[in-house]
Structures are given as structure tokens and as C-alpha cells.
Design a binder for this molecule. Structure first.
Ligand code: GRF
Length: 196
């Protein structure tokens, strides 16, 4: 299965996916990292992992459709089948959604539909909930609204701080994302071979 990862920041989830591929836990090829912030830490992680990078500056394009068209060309030329968003801080537009219908997944650090949007861990912390977690979902035109694929709850303990909660959520993300991508790639491969 050929996948692309989209990210804008540090890239710890990119790293977890790349490590899982290297260790054979995720049977996929990362064909491309797409990044809208050339200075982001994830770019260095990709070059260390030998993954090609497509970086762009959104402001140098006329509009979202213009840069997404270029991204689609990059993805199609590499036969990418699944896109994994991993901290990509942009709403996916129609151009990408149509080209990769039901083939884009996202990871979000809360139990959706609770705490959509930015700073989900901080939102949960401020709300004083006792349970939060991690969600992986299909991407649609909304912000963190697509159909849920997998969820893992995480208890917030009396002894937790925002920092320790963030660390617990990130550790869970790094386990759940590669595992879920592996499950998805096997079920998609099964579906494809049944067509033959
Ligand atoms: C993760 O918490 C992910 O759930 C959210 O953005 C964050 C990205 O972190 N969508 P990193 O860049 O992978 O470290």
C-alpha cells in the first residue's frame, strides 16, 4: 500500500509511522511527505527516513485549489492510495477530497466528537473531564467531523498535569496510528483482490 503523510509541525506521528514501516509492523511504503511549512521539524525527520518531501508555501499560490491541484499531481505520479494527516494544520479542500474520496484519514487528540479543532488536549484539560483520548477518522469537508475509524480512551488521573496528559496522549497516538493504518491497508488490499 502506498501512503502519503501530511504534516505541519514536529512530526512525532510521522516518525511513529516511519518506524512502524521500517520495523515491518506497517506494510506500506511512505511515498511522500507533504508539508505546508518548509521550516517544520517533520521535514528533517522525513529526510532522515529517506522519504521524499513536497513542501510548499500556501501564500505563494492564488488559492487552496491551486496548491491542492499540485499536491494531487504529486500524489498521483507516485501512485499514492491513502493519505494520513498527522498534524496537518489546514482544512482539506474540494480538490483533494474529490481526488481522494474516502482515502484520507486524520488523527485527533480527543475522543471525538468532543473537543474538535485546535488545542484539543488543552480544551479537555480546561473542561475538567475525567476521560479523553485519541480518535482516528475519515476526513470530510468539516473540522474533525468525518466517520470514526478507531478510538482509544485515556483516563485523566488526579495526579496528572497538562504535560503528563499530553505525553500520555502522544504515546497512545504513536501506537494507535500505525496499528490502524495497518488494519486499513489490509482491508483495502482484501477489497482490491476480491475485485480481481
Ligand atoms: C497530534 O497530536 C495529532 O493528533 C494532531 O496534531 C498533533 C501532531 O503532532 N492532529 P506531531 O507533529 O505528530 O508530533
Amino acid at each position: 500500500m502506498n501512503i502519503a503523510v501530511f504534516a505541519s509541525g514536529n512530526g512525532s506521528n510521522f516518525q511513529a509511522i516511519a518506524d512502524a514501516v521500517k520495523e515491518g509492523r506497517l506494510k506500506a511504503d511512505i511515498k511522500l511527505l507533504v508539508c505546508d511549512k518548509p521550516e517544520a521539524g517533520v521535514v528533517e525527520r522525513a529526510s532522515q527516513a529517506g522519504v521524499p518531501v513536497f513542501c510548499f508555501r500556501p501564500k505563494s499560490y492564488e488559492n487552496k485549489a491551486a496548491f491542492e491541484k499540485e499536491i494531487v499531481e504529486e500524489l498521483e505520479s507516485r501512485q499514492v492510495e491513502i493519505i494520513a494527516l498527522a498534524g496537518y494544520m489546514r482544512l482539506i479542500g474540494d480538490t483533494l477530497l474529490h481526488a481522494f474520496d474516502r482515502r484520507i484519514v486524520n488523527i485527533h487528540p480527543s475522543l471525538l466528537p468532543a473537543f474538535q479543532g485546535k488545542d484539543a488536549i488543552g480544551q479537555a484539560w480546561k473542561a475538567g473531564v475525567k476521560v479523553t483520548g485519541v480518535t482516528i477518522h475519515w476526513v470530510d469537508a468539516g473540522i474533525d467531523t468525518g466517520e470514526i475509524i478507531a478510538q482509544q480512551p485515556i483516563d485523566i488521573k488526579e495526579s496528572d498535569s497538562l504535560r503528563s496528559l499530553t505525553a500520555a496522549i502522544q504515546a497512545e497516538e504513536h501506537r494507535l496510528y500505525p496499528d490502524t493504518l495497518q488494519r486499513l491497508t489490509s482491508s483495502i488490499s482484501r477489497r482490491e483482490s476480491e475485485k480481481i
